[in-house]
Design a protein around this ligand. Structure first.
Ligand SMILES: C[S@@+](CC[C@H](N)C(=O)[O-])C[C@H]1O[C@@H](n2cnc3c(N)ncnc32)[C@H](O)[C@@H]1O
Length: 235
């Protein structure tokens, strides 16, 4: 960004390259091997108590698996992703499904511009914040807190580690094996890239980042020592 100081982080794709049109086109097929977007969206609607009046920001929305299901329960979803290619897939699906109450912006957590909008009621971010190193996660969370209405809610879920550091080899190899069983070779390769080149962090770090950035954690759910969901309120 033009006006940022020289030390400011330049957001780029780290790890899996979601700017690659082939990866964007195949994303839903690969993820549907181990996910159910409709059920995930319905669970978020419940957890955040989303209503028909709400404007929701989905940041790092990808191909809109969650956003395009959520939008049926709210007024509007603002869909933000750094990859134009992922948003292209989202927009094509929205058109096919006759969904008009979405807006898209190709931007990162740090570069997103919330101009011309009121503060939003809810924010959702799934499997995306790990693309930023920890310090920049806190800057992104601070920005989310600024965009969110007071009392508004954030749903954050990601590959976040709850194992002890001395168990990391065992826990990560179990994760890789589980991904292989659930989704085969391509997702195994992506998980290896994720661990090696992306910035998943520990839950105790993430909780400090959330709390120092203006959120209180209302609910935490952990699965298999490497996946965590948080529901947070803006203080
Ligand atoms: C694993 S996908 C998750 C997509 C979607 N949230 C889901 O649940 O399927 C990660 C997404 O984060 C996006 N991403 C990577 N770095 C980003 C950044 N700095 N800011 C915003 N989005 C980013 C990628 O382009 C990709 O679409």
């Amino acid at each position: 960004m033009k006006n940022n100081p020289k030390w400011y982080y330049e957001e780029k794709q780290s790890g899996v390259d979601y700017l690659d049109p082939k990866i964007a086109q195949e994303y839903d097929k690969e993820h549907l091997k181990f996910r159910n977007f409709k059920e995930e969206a319905e669970q978020i609607v419940q957890a955040l108590e989303i209503t028909k009046h709400d404007t929701v920001l989905d940041i790092g929305c990808g191909t809109g698996g969650i956003a395009l299901n959520l939008v049926k329960y709210c007024n509007k979803v603002i869909c933000v992703d750094i990859s134009r290619e992922m948003l292209d897939v989202l927009e094509t699906k929205a058109k096919k499904q006759n969904i008009n109450n979405i807006e898209t912006q190709s931007a990162g957590f740090l570069t997103y511009k919330h101009e011309g909008h009121d503060k939003v009621d809810k924010i959702v971010s799934k499997f995306a914040l790990h693309h930023l190193p920890d310090f920049w996660k806190s800057v992104a969370l601070l920005k989310m807190a600024e965009i969110l209405k007071t009392g508004g809610k954030l749903y954050l879920s990601d590959l976040i580690f709850t194992f002890n550091v001395d168990d990391h080899k065992k826990s990560i190899s179990e994760l890789i094996n589980r991904m292989n069983d659930a989704a085969g070779d391509s997702m195994t390769g992506e998980t290896e890239i994720h661990i090696r080149d992306e910035f998943s962090t520990y839950d105790w770090i993430m909780e400090g980042l959330l709390e120092k950035s203006g959120f209180s954690i209302d609910y935490k759910h952990t699965e298999a020592d490497n996946f965590v969901e948080y529901v947070c309120s803006k203080l």
